[in-house]
Write a protein that binds this ligand. Sequence first.
Ligand code: PGA
Ligand code: ZN
Length: 410
Amino acid sequence: MPKIKDITCQKILNSRGDWTIETKVVLDDGSEGIQAIPDGASKGENEAIYIPVDKAVDIVSSAIRDVLEGENPYEQAAIDRVLIEMDGTPNKKHLGGNSILSVSLATAKASAKSQGLELYEYLAWLFSHKRAVSTSLKFPTPIFNILNGGLHAHNNLSFQEFMVIPSAKMTFDKGLELGVKVYHNLKDDLIKDGCDVDVGDEGGFAPNGFTIAKALRYISSAASRSFKLGDQVFIGLDVAAGSFYKKGIYQILEDGLVLEDEELERMYVGILSNYPLIYIEDPFYEGNVQSWQEFTRKLGSKLMIVADDLVVTNPKFLKNVVNRKLANAVIVKPNQVGTLTETFEFIRDAQDAGMKIIVSHRSGETGEDTFIADLAVAVGADFIKSGAPVRGERVVKYNRLLQIYNEKGK
Ligand code: PGA
Ligand code: ZN
């Protein structure tokens, strides 16, 4: 068995020009794993805490390194347990979710190399509790965030993400081609109409002066020009409602609206009757649990009601969502919880509860990080969110999936 020989950490820049950390785990057989850490802008209240970058660099390369040196890197659950116990807080605020996750994921990468496996193969083996892994791979359907608002853009749109989703029947490569085509159609339309084509943090266009209705019109018309809307391509929204919930009310200023939960729900029902909407993420502020429950009871059979801020990839919060039937699908972002082992536990529990799994990037990503692509394949996720099919830090994930698909998926 190899042993962890060294752990180093440095600060690097992410896609928003903010500092983050990159950790390298080196094994005594020479294998290495390097992992950078993404960062969100619209975060759930219960996410693992990020500590300042300089402090994280110091903690990883001294305290954590000293404890893990000489340990067996193949024992991922044991490594993660040591990190969780060493931190000793429910939200990892002592060592930092960023520090802990970087070591957790870099250890997995080094182990995959050491075993001569592709990362997704090694992750699948860990995920299935080290049992033999099925040879047929399931590829996630890509969800493309092609028009940005909320905290990801400096326009006036309150909803954060307007998305197009290829039919789940499409193969991964065809789904990706669809996303690219619709994105370019949308760009042509915006230019033709004199709108700006600046992009937001996740690569979607962020035009000024749009209303929610106008955004929906533009993305569905871009989609329907090349594909059959409601058959080959569908619409999705990440409302990220918590980001415009102020003083107990939803402030949709671009439409001159201030709405209670029931009124916002009526807005969704209106959209549903006009568009092939199949996906709605964070429709309400995470504290308004009753609204989630009613919405899922009424519309859960028609549409994916996706919890992000409400569950923050944490098995502890998932229990409540499952027991009270607050949603029927969940977002998976490893950095919300802080270790690979907890991420796996969350996915297993959600899959056991019959929920759809959407593995997701963050709005602040780093240019070479493709971890979520391998993760999505390893756990058989239903969907992946990696933004629009532009910007290096977004396309690198789609390209990694394409590479796996071309090698193993056909
Ligand atoms: P974030 O947004 O990465 O800024 O949190 C993504 C999301 O809300 O899904
Ligand atoms: Zn979200």
